[in-house]
Write a protein of this length. Sequence first.
Length: 104
Amino acid sequence: MIQLHILTTSEMQAIHIAKILLSENLAVDVHFERVVLKQLNELGELVDDPKVKIMAKTKSLLFSQINQLIRSHYTAQMPGVWSTPIVNCDPEEEAHIRESTRKV
């Protein structure tokens, strides 16, 4: 199992991706977080780059399908997509993730 992370440029994009993940049974417990990345501008000054981060739980074997599906919708403005492993998990939570996501 993994914690899925998707970094988008807008809340509209985040909402659309969340609907895809949930309607296709690709992830559970989808939530958003507003984050501010720091970038250097052409003058070398630190500037804010606001983003919306989507996080969700899913099976690691679904990652490629999720990435390809997002890529098919956002070829021009592909969000950042990565995952981190869920090393330990309550057995009931593990069952929830397994039962609520697409069979692999």
